[in-house]
Ligand binder design. Structure first.
Ligand code: BTN
Length: 257
């Protein structure tokens, strides 16, 4: 479990309002919305116009300049590692449902939950467990920000809604839409189980791709074949046989050409 520590000191004066069953705290600036959400109750959300220490997966810095959606949602969830990977796919589905409804096409997911347009990253998801039973889902979506200006190595790596939509939603509207889909998917998961959304999740990976898995140092190549009902990653070998790897076994997935 992570400890948010001194970072939870709240900056002054968030705008606070309720919407779609959520209580939303909106800050002009935050270190990381995930850290500000760490002590909040279920169905709270934190949004910031910029993040000064945005956090990505693998302890990476997440560029969070003005014009992107930086949002964290506190979700009630009793998780072990299997349930956590199912939740992460479910949240990926909620993000994709939002973006599809907004009119984005050519969208796909890359395991476990990167959201891409073609091969460029449009959105990312970072799950934190600060308090047992409460998952903080941190969602970053590039909208009309310029990530490669602050981080030149991101050139040609990122996508933004501004590049693919003729008319952009307001960030507050996009946040409300993400939260609406998130609540719906999480409630469906809780009441009907993962099987109910598995087909929809597996439809989001796009065309089959060759990948290399890093299984804690051991490398395995094959074709990514989606996930199974336990949230395990399926790797197909040349004979067509599939092997399932629990999400916690896979340190990294790299797409290869
Ligand atoms: C990734 O590496 O793909 C995950 C990126 C997650 C970024 C979001 S932005 C809102 C929330 N606050 C953070 O500090 N990170 C997440």
């Amino acid at each position: 479990m992570l400890t948010p520590g001194h970072h939870t000191t709240l900056p002054a004066n968030p705008e606070r309002y309720t919407l779609e069953g959520w209580t939303i705290h909106h800050y002009p600036s935050a270190s990381s919305t995930n850290l500000l959400a760490a002590n909040l109750p279920a169905w709270s959300a934190v949004r910031a116009d910029i993040q000064t220490s945005g956090r990505g997966r693998f302890q990476r810095h997440w560029v969070s300049d003005k014009g992107g959606l930086w949002l964290s949602a506190v979700i009630p969830f009793n998780s072990d590692s299997t349930a956590g990977s199912l939740l992460s796919s479910a949240i990926g589905l909620a993000i994709c449902d939002t973006l599809l409804e907004t009119g984005v096409s050519r969208l796909r997911m890359r395991w476990p939950n990167d959201v891409l347009i073609d091969d460029r990253k449009l959105a990312g998801l970072l799950l934190d467990l600060f308090t047992p039973g409460l998952v903080v889902a941190g969602i970053g979506i590039n909208v009309f920000n310029h990530p490669e200006t602050s981080e030149p190595t991101l050139k040609n790596q990122t996508a933004r809604l501004a590049d693919v939509l003729p008319r952009l939603p307001q960030l507050s509207q996009l946040a409300a839409d993400v939260l609406r889909h998130l609540r719906r998917v999480v409630q469906e998961l809780a009441s009907l189980g993962f099987q109910s959304i598995l087909t929809r999740v597996n439809a989001l990976w796009g065309a089959p791709r060759k990948v290399e898995l890093d299984l804690d140092g051991l490398l395995r190549r094959g074709e990514f074949a989606g996930i199974d009902q336990y949230g395990s990653l399926l790797l197909r070998d040349e004979s067509g046989a599939q092997t399932a790897y629990a999400a916690h076994q896979v340190r990294h997935l790299q797409e290869i050409r």
